[in-house]
Design a protein around this ligand. Sequence first.
Ligand code: BGC
Length: 348
Amino acid sequence: MEILKSLIGEFDNKEVESYSLRNSKGFGINVLNYGGIITDVLVPDKNGLIENVVMKYKDINVYKENPSYYGALIGRTSGRIADGKVIINDNLLEFNKNYGINQGHGGNIGFSKKFLNVITSANEDEAYIEFDYLSPSGEEGYPGNLNLKVRYTITEEDELKLSYRANSDEDTLVNLTNHSYFNLSGNCKEDILNHHLYIDSDFIIEVNENSVPTGDIIEIGGTPFDFTNPKTIGRDIEEEDYQLNIGQGYDHCWVLNGGNDVKIRLYHKESGRQMDVYTNQNSVVLYTLNFPDEELLEWNKKPNRRDAIAIETQSPPIGRDNVFVKYSLLKKGEEYNKETIYKFSIIK
Ligand code: BGC
């Protein structure tokens, strides 16, 4: 396994480094020391052609603000906090409303916009990059000094494992994820409407018109949200459905069934690329890039709606009146320990 480091720019006089991790077959990732951002996931197709299967900006400077959170580590909490308000231990916490009337993706300067300490390691079977960050108490309004360790590992079996560990010296909120947008056609050659998707889930979390959880869950059998039998993402995405309408496409949280089986499977027939997702997280937010930004992609074009799908394994976002807060609560001294594995294979 090989790890190379290169200096690719500067944000506020700090060096932006890119780390490339490769296995012996050329499968691997490129990752920044800023925001834990994954810029490339390089995967062979059925003819052995290695291409990038995640969305990537052309200009490195765009990653400073990263308007659509391409590839970023999200925290302390992923998704929305309704009205930016939560009560913990009888204390009202008020967060910046950086997402309309809500807080989103950790606030104004969440983990996706932080320089992180890096260590790397490689042997014959695997290579990893580990990020270290101490988030001080009060940062973006969250209580507790939070000690964070996030590790991205690649293996000879073409797996990418993301593991997240954290602990705090006060009760706090933690709900971490990665915001990579996948497109298995490679280098964003086509949109994702013809990708087949399977999700091991029978329920989504209902959202209101502000895209925050109401507290109810919806049984999805037979609805456009039902992916228990694999179907193309495009098959039902334009159906008349109140929940679909709110997101202008899929932008919802599926409650994952228990067990160690594949939780999500994404397959692109023409390239033969398949991605299986395993996780110990209880939910996944899927977002079909319903509102792309205007920034140029690596491949000299602007992104279009439905060009990629973000697969964000996490706990449910937070609604009004502390709805679902308990799933993001990290008690003082407890260990947060989550893992998500993306396993790539070729199906001819
Ligand atoms: C959210 C979307 C949001 C996107 C980019 C996703 O995780 O669910 O609503 O538009 O991130 O910020």
